[in-house]
Design a protein around this ligand. Structure first.
Ligand code: ATP
Length: 368
């Protein structure tokens, strides 16, 4: 079955169960052609299961998976226009780099001339900046280089979709950042759809065009990284994507004040539709400024308990009555000598009321 579609990948009410375990529950997603989408969520939320259903390594229990408008239910992995890069690169140790890259092409296109295979393998190696490494043995390559070989192998037959299952997890932090940048560049150059599974929110935010945040087998929010970070749709998303402070209280009628258990008031701006009653407020650490002055109406005071210097920023823990520990990130570069606040100081936590995200319910109910 085919249908005209600008979507590269479509999930229509897809569920997947393993015995009594529901791994994915009634998910619908549309991934545009040529997009870089990250599937982000905690361990066990169903990310890999989604990826495996795109790849054809798993079939949905119910619902439809389409690629380029073609129904994929029942189509085996090797007949899909999809390749996958695994966390363990699964390279053949007894093949050299070029042989590893050309192997897949030989399997899929057995009639292709050897010279053409070598040309395409060379091109793929150039794309991952490994031109000239073709004759090297795998054990002579570093971890980062092996990762690139795995990538070259996955793109050599120009799939429509490339699936990446935590591909950078085995690399150290510095190499990982470099590879994140390179993967993003490679995706732009190739123009094919990348779907990345990660539980690293920084990786998801920095690399992808769209982030799909999952929890407990369901999609909680899909959007551009900035949308997800700046406009989380629920507390779980605010909490999982980036750091956030959790403040519980009661939203008063009018949507401008959250009253906390100790009687203190927090000035906020609730979105239309958030009903008065129990709420949880998400406030980013960088949205708060520490100020040496008495609190105004709707602000809170606290005592600095810790300060951690992190290079360009510093993180402060502030014990605030009625709330508990509040995390504040200060931009160190813009701080003057007089801004430096030592533990023990009493400060006011100042923030723009519009920067606070107010969600109905209590934290326990909304975070699961
Ligand atoms: P992680 O980040 O830890 O890899 P994930 O978000 O990728 O997690 P999945 O691997 O998709 O999560 O698993 C989702 C749920 O389905 C989990 O509860 C998992 O235990 C279960 N599950 C996955 N594969 C199987 C399987 N083959 N048999 C039984 N249960 C499975």
């Amino acid at each position: 079955m085919t249908s005209a579609s600008t979507h590269n990948i479509e999930f229509r009410s897809v569920s997947k169960t393993y015995g009594s375990v529901t791994a994915v529950s009634d998910i619908s997603i549309n991934v545009p052609k040529g997009a870089f989408m990250a599937l982000l969520g905690p361990s066990g939320c169903g990310k890999t299961t989604c990826l495996r259903m795109i790849g054809g390594f798993e079939q949905p229990t119910s619902g439809d998976v389409l690629i380029d408008g073609r129904m994929m239910n029942g189509v085996p992995a090797y007949r899909r226009p999809v390749n996958m890069v695994f966390q363990q690169y699964a390279l053949f140790p007894h093949f050299n780099v070029e042989e590893n890259v050309s192997y897949g092409l030989q399997q899929i296109r057995p009639k292709l001339a050897n010279a053409e295979i070598a040309r395409r393998a060379g091109e793929a190696l150039e794309m991952v900046r490994l031109g000239g490494f073709g004759k090297r043995r795998i054990h002579e390559m570093s971890g980062g280089q092996q990762q690139r070989v795995a990538l070259a192998r996955a793109i050599v037959n120009r799939p429509s979709v490339l699936l990446l299952d935590e591909p950078l997890a085995a690399l150290d932090k510095k190499l990982r950042s470099a590879m994140q940048f390179e993967l993003q560049t490679l995706q732009r150059e190739l123009g094919i759809t990348f779907v990345l599974v990660t539980h690293d929110q920084e990786e998801a935010l920095s690399m992808s065009d769209f982030v799909c945040v999952m929890n407990a087998g369901t999609i909680r929010q899909i959007g551009r990284p900035e949308e997800i970070y700046d406009h989380p749709g629920e507390f779980f998303v605010a909490d999982f994507v980036g750091k956030t402070n959790r403040i519980e209280g009661t939203l008063e009628p009018g949507g401008k004040v959250v009253r906390m258990a100790d009687g203190g008031a927090l000035a906020i701006v609730a979105r239309p539709g958030v009903e008065p009653g129990p709420v949880v407020v998400a406030l980013r650490p960088e949205a708060i400024r520490l100020e040496h002055r008495p609190a105004r109406m709707g602000e809170i005071t606290g005592v600095i308990t810790h300060r951690v210097f992190l290079g360009s920023t510093a993180e402060y823990s502030v014990a605030a009555p009625g709330i508990g520990d509040v995390l504040v990130t200060a931009d160190h570069k813009t701080m003057t000598e007089s801004d430096l606040i030592e533990p023990g100081a009493t400060v006011t936590l100042a923030f723009d009321p519009a920067a606070a995200h107010v969600f109905r319910g209590t934290a326990n109910q909304v975070t699961t």
